[in-house]
Ligand binder design. Structure first.
Ligand SMILES: [Zn+2]
Length: 314
């Protein structure tokens, strides 16, 4: 059996067990009094501010009509290089709960919190010290690749942490948050299964990914895709000529069929790689940010990306 497939099954089992443990585990957020909405939200809605549209959607799926959620980074925006504006400071100041990923993805929020004098507002870091996460080879806890949610099993762990934080901040609606989280996690279980079924239709030799930035290592590990390379080391930094030459070599050596761009980044570099290697560009995978319909939810991100991979690599 392919070792990648075997590994991914083991991780899948671990993810499932720890998902249960986390649901029974310790709270991720400190509690605060109050919880009624502000800033123009209907009465009784909890005002939640997240760094990205993906996390905003997750909060909305759990909290439903009891939350009023705003993302600081807009759809199709780049969270890595985002610079908060005065209006963002105001949004943070009015929040009753703040949600970020941590792990270097959106650490700019912490400065915004200080600027907004909101250090007393409950803050949830979805990816930090998340029980049940298995590090990638060579990684250390606290400094790992931040894109954990791209593995749906880890997305479910985010949902647990969101539910715990909502209940802690707004205990009046604890039962509703539990119900919302349970229904959402059930859908994510089905989504995870459907990703496996879809990827299984790609011939194993074609399950290779080249993408603009390094957002897919957990997705790739869980669903049995090999990352051949990424166009940039970090968003906002242009690769050196040497890095690009190495990547072109790797693309040729691996016989990669297609290169993927991402909705929040310019496609120019990826197009250049494709033309030099005789591959095609598949526009656009989604990861850090939601986009236009139909990619307007976390579930849609995973479904869309999986469909694009299957179409391009089958
Ligand atoms: Zn990213």
């Amino acid at each position: 059996m392919d070792p990648i497939v075997r590994l991914s099954r083991n991780i899948s089992a671990i993810g499932l067990i720890c998902g249960v443990l986390v649901a029974c585990g310790s709270p991720a957020a400190s509690s605060s009094p109050g919880g009624s909405g502000s800033g123009g939200a209907p009465a009784n809605q909890l005002t939640v501010v997240t760094t990205t549209t993906v996390f905003a959607d997750m909060v909305k799926q759990v909290g439903g009509s009891f939350v009023n959620v705003t993302s600081l980074v807009p759809k199709s925006g780049d969270v890595h290089t985002f610079e908060p504006k005065p209006a963002d400071v105001t949004k943070v100041a009015t929040a009753k709960l703040l949600v970020m990923n941590g792990l270097g993805l959106d650490d700019w929020l912490e400065k915004t919190i200080t600027n907004a004098s909101a250090t007393g507002t409950p803050l949830v870091k979805l990816g930090v010290d998340l029980p049940g996460v298995e590090l990638l080879p060579g990684e250390e806890a606290g400094t790992q690749n931040p894109h954990l949610w791209m593995d749906v099993k880890y997305g479910e762990l985010y949902v647990d942490r969101i539910a715990t934080a909502l209940k802690s901040t707004d205990p009046t609606h604890a039962a509703q948050y539990d119900t919302g989280a349970a229904a959402y996690k059930q859908r994510l279980e089905s989504l995870d299964a459907s990703v496996r079924t879809s990827i299984a239709t790609i011939p194993p030799a074609n399950r290779k990914l080249v993408v603009f930035h390094d957002a897919f290592p957990y997705y790739a590990r869980e669903y049995g895709i090999t990352i051949v390379g990424v166009a940039v080391e970090a968003p906002g930094q242009d690769p050196s000529a040497g890095d690009t030459a190495k990547l072109i070599q790797a693309i040729r050596a691996a016989g990669v069929k297609a290169i993927f761009s991402e909705n929040q980044f310019p496609a120019k570099l990826v197009e250049q790689l494709a033309s030099e290697t005789g591959t095609t560009v598949v526009a656009d995978l989604y990861d850090d940010a939601l986009g236009d319909p139909p990619v307007t939810s976390y579930e849609a991100v995973i479904t869309w990306d999986t469909d694009q991979l299957v179409k391009a690599l089958k």
